[in-house]
Design a protein around this ligand. Structure first.
Ligand SMILES: Nc1ncnc2c1ncn2[C@@H]1O[C@H](COP(=O)(O)OP(=O)(O)OP(=O)(O)O)[C@@H](O)[C@H]1O
Length: 313
């Protein structure tokens, strides 16, 4: 049993275009009232959450009650990577981002106070174990990294890049509809993106998809701010779900896109769903890859799911 241990909060103040800071103010008030033993750290730049998580883990290790992320999917991604040598440290999440797919996939309450209450009420109880996706690019054999929600290749990578750089994401966040930013990027890129052949090897079986738009590899059903891309994905089944969209014109892609929010895109013959534990993906030309919405490199890439982590949900 873990007793009297410290909570560490890692807060991304710019997540959700400032929502991270506001969410923190709400939680802080509760922490003071409840006399919670905690320390808080604000991220100062991209990648900082990963450094903080690693330093804290090295310093306090098992003595931590939990590390709690206040931010969006990108901040969660960084913390998970910072803790890759410390998978026994429990991680909690309070939504403060734009897309918040992690919150959807792990059924974290949208209400800040409820999300914190659920974490705090689990004190001294063990967190649950979940799968992580482990990936590496072939030209950087040793540099392994992890994702918790999903990884996207091709059109998907371009959409993530466009969204992260856009001014409309900030604007929509202010209107509290940050999830719409991904949808706008899809429409913007639809007419300029050129599909290409993608080769997927999954658990030893090779597939070639001609004129493929994207490959989405999921640990949870959701990505891109609520699109139900892999309706059957479960983060605790030891497998990854794949969705490949191939050989269709731009108008039909638009139809697929409209149905993906309900998970109905699987009815289209141009949508192939697969699942497995070990994957290698290469393509006719190098394609942009995102992990948990953060741009991480270009194909070819190797992915598997043999690593687990502790999440408080
Ligand atoms: N102080 C900072 N200044 C600028 N960028 C930061 C800072 N701290 C963290 N970041 C970066 O902010 C980016 C966005 O964070 P995050 O993904 O958590 O929020 P979001 O994009 O609003 O939400 P979501 O990913 O759920 O859509 C991340 O790439 C992170 O590295």
């Amino acid at each position: 049993m873990r007793q009297n241990n410290m909570y560490i909060f890692i807060i991304n103040p710019v997540a959700g275009s400032g929502k991270g800071s506001k969410v923190w103010e709400l939680i802080k008030a509760d922490l003071e009232t409840e006399n919670v033993y905690y320390r808080s750290f604000f991220t100062k730049h991209a990648g900082h959450a990963e450094d903080i998580a690693l330093q804290i883990a090295e310093l306090h290790g098992e003595r931590l009650e939990a590390i709690i992320v206040v931010g969006g999917d990108g901040t969660m991604h960084e913390v998970i990577n910072g803790l890759r040598s410390y998978p026994q440290i429990p991680v909690g999440y309070i939504p403060g981002g734009s897309g918040n797919d992690f919150a959807r996939g792990f059924m974290v309450p949208r209400s800040v106070k409820k999300a914190w209450k659920r974490i705090y009420e689990r004190k001294n109880k063990s967190a649950r174990t979940f799968d992580l996706g482990r990936f590496r690019f072939s030209e950087r054999k040793k540099a392994e990294r992890f994702f918790i929600n999903g990884l996207g290749i091709g059109f998907d990578g371009e959409v993530a890049k466009e969204t992260n750089q856009s001014s409309y994401k900030k604007f929509l966040n202010k209107l509290r509809c940050g999830s719409l930013a991904y949808a706008i990027s899809v429409i913007r890129l639809l007419f300029s993106y050129q599909p290409c052949d993608i080769h997927v090897e999954i658990d030893g079986n090779a597939h070639t998809f001609q004129k493929a738009w994207l490959v989405a590899i999921s640990n949870i059903p959701y990505y891109g701010g609520g699109m139900k891309i892999s309706p059957n994905a479960r983060p605790d089944d030891g497998k990854l779900s794949l969705c490949v969209v191939h050989q269709l014109n731009k108008w039909k892609l638009l139809a697929v896109f409209i149905t993906v929010f309900m998970g109905q895109h699987q009815r289209f013959k141009e949508v192939t769903l697969l699942e497995g534990k070990s994957l290698t993906i290469s393509s006719e030309r190098p394609l942009l890859v995102h992990a948990d919405g953060e741009i991480i490199g270009k194909t070819p890439i190797t992915i598997n799911t043999d690593m687990r982590t502790q999440i408080i949900i």
